[in-house]
Each structure stands twice: as structure tokens, then as C-alpha cells.
Design a protein around this ligand. Structure first.
Ligand SMILES: C[S@@+](CC[C@H](N)C(=O)[O-])C[C@H]1O[C@@H](n2cnc3c(N)ncnc32)[C@H](O)[C@@H]1O
Length: 185
């Protein structure tokens, strides 16, 4: 089964010019990634954004899908939304996992770039299966997580490659593929 948490980071990430920026939360990142998280048994989906107005935006959508009427209207969406936890920074997410699990999670970053030594998905899959300890898998927005953020991870997962030189997936597609590789039946 695995003891896996995921986080979507909106800061610190790069923009097109490689400036360090904070990106905005999008509705479809909340909906689509929450559904993938629920499908693959992820314990929590942290949406991390330092901007209070952005967290307020996400909270309003979250609250809407938790009320009785929404539950009755679309229970599969409401069920997936229960996994969302909105945080200001990565440390808050790590703290919440530590409070639940009693230990720090092993942090695994993801990236489309594959230059340096990367952890193979099949090895991480085995590791997760054989461990009770928690894992936190990080996903980026914008032009990807900064080098400083990537360096906080215990390992960086090998990139997804298809059968062409192009591999710039949306974060929603990348999350679904990676969760299937690591936790799929
Ligand atoms: C750079 S963001 C792009 C966000 C984009 N604006 C969107 O709408 O999805 C995409 C994130 O998805 C993941 N990702 C994308 N392509 C990937 C690949 N080929 N291998 C591994 N992870 C990938 C990484 O976490 C990356 O930071």
C-alpha cells in the first residue's frame, strides 16, 4: 500500500526567465490531483502557497466541496477533496506529517530534467512497499521547483520519458503517472 503524502509547491519555483516566483493555485490542480491522490491511496495532498489570498481562494473551493449539498451532488469529488491540506510553506507540511506519523518523511522531488543522478521509480516503488515510514513526494508549478528546493529533497526521482524527446508534462499528468508507477496495482 505505502505511506505516501504529496505536495504541490507554488513557491519557490522558477518562471520562464528563471526568476524565483510564487505561482497561483488553479482550480484544476485542486480537483485533478486530489482525484489521483484518492485513487492511489495517498494520505494527504498538501497545496503549498505563501500568499494568503491564494490560500483563501483554495480554502473557499475546499469548503464548498465539503458541505452536505456538494457531497450529495458529487460525492466522488467531495471524497477526493478531503485529502487536501492547504499550507503556507513546505515546513508546515512536513510538520503535519511528523505530527501524524511521529517521524520526518523521506522527501522525494520530481522534475522533467534528468541530468544528475536520479532515483529509479522501480526502486522507490519497492522501497515504499517495504517501509512503514512516510514519504512526501514534491511536485512543482511554473517552470519547476528551484534548485534550492530540489536540494532539500532526500532524492530526485528519474523523469518520466515517453517515446520522443519531449517530456514537459502538466503537473496533473505527471502526478497521475508517477503515482501509478509507485503505487499502482
Ligand atoms: C514545471 S510544472 C509545469 C506546470 C504547468 N504550468 C502546468 O500547468 O502543469 C510541472 C511539474 O510536473 C512534474 N513533471 C512534469 N513533467 C515531468 C516529467 N517528465 N517527469 C517528472 N516530473 C514531471 C514536475 O513536478 C514539474 O515541476
Amino acid at each position: 500500500m505505502g505511506n505516501v503524502y504529496i505536495a504541490l509547491l507554488h513557491h519557490p519555483v522558477y518562471n520562464k526567465r528563471k526568476d524565483v516566483v510564487a505561482t497561483c493555485i488553479t482550480g484544476f490542480d485542486l480537483h485533478d490531483i486530489a482525484r489521483s491522490a484518492a485513487t492511489f491511496g495517498v494520505k494527504k495532498y498538501f497545496v503549498v502557497n505563501p500568499m494568503p489570498a491564494q490560500r483563501e481562494f483554495a480554502s473557499r473551493i475546499f469548503d464548498f466541496w465539503q458541505d452536505e449539498g456538494s457531497l450529495e451532488f458529487n460525492w466522488t469529488r467531495a471524497e477526493a477533496f478531503k485529502l487536501i491540506s492547504i499550507k503556507a510553506d513546505l515546513d508546515e507540511a512536513i510538520k503535519e506529517i511528523e505530527a501524524i506519523e511521529g517521524v520526518r518523511p523521506k522527501i522525494i522531488a520530481t522534475s522533467a530534467k534528468g541530468e544528475e543522478k536520479r532515483l529509479e521509480s522501480r526502486n522507490l516503488r519497492l522501497e515504499i512497499r517495504n517501509a512503514n515510514s512516510p514519504y512526501l513526494i514534491l511536485f512543482g508549478t511554473g517552470w519547476g521547483m528551484t534548485d534550492e528546493l530540489l536540494s532539500r529533497a532526500d532524492a530526485i526521482l528519474e523523469p518520466i520519458t515517453g517515446n520522443s524527446a519531449y517530456n514537459h508534462l502538466s503537473v496533473r499528468a505527471a502526478t497521475a503517472i508517477i503515482l501509478d508507477r509507485l503505487l499502482g496495482d
